[in-house]
Design a binder for this molecule. Structure first.
Ligand SMILES: C[S@@+](CC[C@H](N)C(=O)[O-])C[C@H]1O[C@@H](n2cnc3c(N)ncnc32)[C@H](O)[C@@H]1O
Length: 220
């Protein structure tokens, strides 16, 4: 039962990231999951780890993460409220692996570089600049391949794997396109994407792109 729940909680996590992490020896040290949210990635890795620490600035999300951990019978994960762009990762038990799923910034790369020892792993999925490109707005947290490589190299990481993960949905009509995006409406109205999406559809656009960048890098 606990296993079935853990598998379900992996739904929506990057399959590429999970595949790469599946062959990393994670069993002996501490894994730090930054921007853990409701703990999906932390809980997915817990069965293979000695200890996982999930960080998030959102205390409410961590209440849900702890509830999920209890429900799944996972005892080696701790969730802590902290700003991943400011906290010293060494003060959190010297992680030997820093992971993140959709919470990445240059400051987090720098914090990870300062907190990891040589050969320590930073593995993450970030929004790609093509994420929801049809809305005409790029998230300030999004990366393209070139910028990700540059930021990682400047911080002292050697990139071992870097791949985009992309899904482009195509719709038969403007109605179908609008219906598909309805679930994002509230968020897109709040972050000024909705008007751009409406314009795109009105001008004949019939696609919606989801795009992420998956990276595994090692501290030199
Ligand atoms: C898109 S959600 C991803 C959550 C989770 N990793 C997942 O994939 O389910 C981004 C998360 O990062 C958190 N976050 C954003 N900035 C942060 C920061 N500076 N330090 C810690 N957490 C942060 C947000 O509160 C949110 O829970």
């Amino acid at each position: 039962m606990a296993q079935a729940r853990t598998a379900k909680e992996q739904d929506g996590l990057s399959p590429t990231l999970l595949r790469w992490l599946a062959v990393e020896p994670l069993t002996t040290g501490t894994i730090l999951d930054v921007g853990t949210g409701s703990g999906r990635l932390a809980l997915a890795l817990a069965p293979r780890a000695r200890r996982v620490l999930g960080l998030d600035v959102d205390a409410g999300a961590l209440v849900e993460a702890r509830r999920r951990a209890r429900r799944a019978g996972v005892g080696n994960v701790l969730f802590v409220v902290a700003d991943a762009e400011k906290v010293d990762y060494r003060s959190l038990g010297r992680p030997d692996c820093v992971v993140s799923h959709l919470c990445m910034s240059d400051a987090i790369v720098e914090r990870a570089a300062a907190g990891l020892s040589r050969r320590g792993v930073l593995a993450f999925t970030a929004f790609h600049v093509d994420q929801w490109r049809e809305t005409g707005r790029v998230s300030r947290f999004a990366y393209d391949e070139e910028r990700a490589r540059a930021v990682l190299a400047a911080a002292g990481f050697r990139v071992e794997k870097l791949e985009p993960e992309r899904k482009v949905a195509t719709f038969e009509s403007d109605d179908a396109a609008r219906r598909a995006a309805e679930r994002f409406r509230e968020k897109w109205e709040a972050d000024d994407r909705w008007a751009g999406w409406e314009r795109f559809v009105a001008e004949g656009g019939r696609t919606l792109t989801e795009s992420r960048l998956v990276v595994l890098a090692r501290r030199e």
